[in-house]
Design a protein around this ligand. Structure first.
Ligand code: NDP
Ligand code: OXD
Length: 310
């Protein structure tokens, strides 16, 4: 039987994905037509980006799964018309990119690179930064991305503490959970990385109360989602010096509006949601593997739990 795979994403995504998806589908031994248009009741799987105009899944009566090209699923997880299984993207190349972004920005702040890159006064200040082993880092979110970043930072000797919803142990990295765990994880952190999904529970995880728990001058790196941070509280904490710098990749509104105070704040670095991108060749293999599993009756990979929201 030839499967019908509906590609519901942008023109740019189609240009990037059509060939690698066809290759991956063939390599998985599947017979399938990959298309951008099909009668809904003929579609077997939907390959999906949340920016797609497709928002009503109810006519897709035969669809066995919606396979997201994005890791974050907050824009689709609560869609009441979506009754089909939803899988999010876990792409090894996306993880690799996130590790590079997090490690790069952590090292920038750890080594105080800015002082030497921009030094108009030609100041000769021979103060050496501490060693990584003296700079505690806290990773909020110890899932696919948080764990990979935590491991990479720990490999550089940063003392890393994780925080997640449920108790867990990741090798030698201690991981806390719950409200008390959060307070403890923040109390020593000189660098905090937020890699939580956006859910009703994680919104404003960093707020006036929790930012005040950090040691003075701590640095925030947020490649997770804008809503994880209360923006007004962060701006106040930056102004008071409680937070030394915030490097932000994600925002409540994207693109970040031109008049947003983050753009001009001397202690904020804005990167335009580029921390990590799904890469078409590896992501296509993940999608094809899930279709193969669906057809073989094997549990799908990276299935989203609708109740917990990620
Ligand atoms: P995962 O689902 O693998 O991990 C999520 C982690 O967050 C888990 O450790 C989970 O805990 C924890 N968590 C969830 N809810 C809570 C809570 N209420 N309290 C404490 N911890 C919680 O996600 P990924 O690591 O793959 O991705 C994380 C996020 O990164 C994505 O949702 C997306 O928003 C963002 N992202 C950003 C990109 C960018 O370019 N800026 C690119 C890709 C993703 P537990 O382990 O107990 O379940
Ligand atoms: C994602 C992202 O969720 O790029 O994949 O933010």
């Amino acid at each position: 039987m030839t499967l019908t795979l509906l590609f519901a994403a942008s023109d740019a995504n189609w240009a990037e994905y059509a060939a690698p998806l066809r290759d991956a589908i063939a390599q998985a031994g599947l017979s399938a037509t990959l298309t951008r248009e099909a009668a809904p009741d003929r579609v077997d799987y939907i390959i999906y980006a949340p920016t797609s105009p497709l928002q009503d899944f109810s006519p897709f009566t035969r669809c066995k799964a919606v396979l997201s090209l994005w890791a974050g699923v907050e824009r689709i997880v609560g869609n009441p018309t979506l009754t089909q299984p939803l899988c999010r993207m876990v792409d090894p190349a996306l993880t690799e990119g996130m590790v590079e972004w997090v490690v790069g920005h952590a090292l920038r702040h750890h080594l105080g690179m800015d002082r030497h890159i921009v030094n108009p006064g030609r100041l000769w200040d021979p103060t050496c930064p501490p060693l990584a082993r003296e700079r505690p880092v806290t990773m909020l979110g110890m899932g696919e991305l948080g764990t990979a970043c935590a491991r990479a930072l720990a490999a550089l000797n940063f003392p890393v503490t994780g925080w997640s919803r449920t108790p867990k142990q990741t090798g030698d990295i201690p991981c806390l959970h719950g409200e008390d765990g959060l307070a403890k994880a923040l109390s020593t952190a000189q660098i905090v990385v937020t890699l939580l999904p956006k859910t009703p529970e994680t919104e404003n995880t960093l707020n006036a109360r929790t930012l005040a728990l950090l040691p003075r001058g701590a640095v925030i790196l947020n490649p997770g989602r804008g809503a994880l941070i209360d923006d007004d509280a962060l701006l106040a904490a930056l102004d008071s010096g409680q937070i030394g710098h915030a490097t932000l990749d994600v925002f409540r509104t994207e693109p970040l509006p031109q008049d947003h105070p983050y753009w001009s704040h001397p202690r904020v670095t804005v990167t335009p949601h580029i921390a990590a991108d799904t890469r078409a060749p590896s992501a296509s293999r993940v999608i094809a593997e899930n279709i193969r599993r669906g057809e073989a009756g094997i549990p799908l990979l990276n299935r989203v739990d609708r109740t917990r929201g990620y």
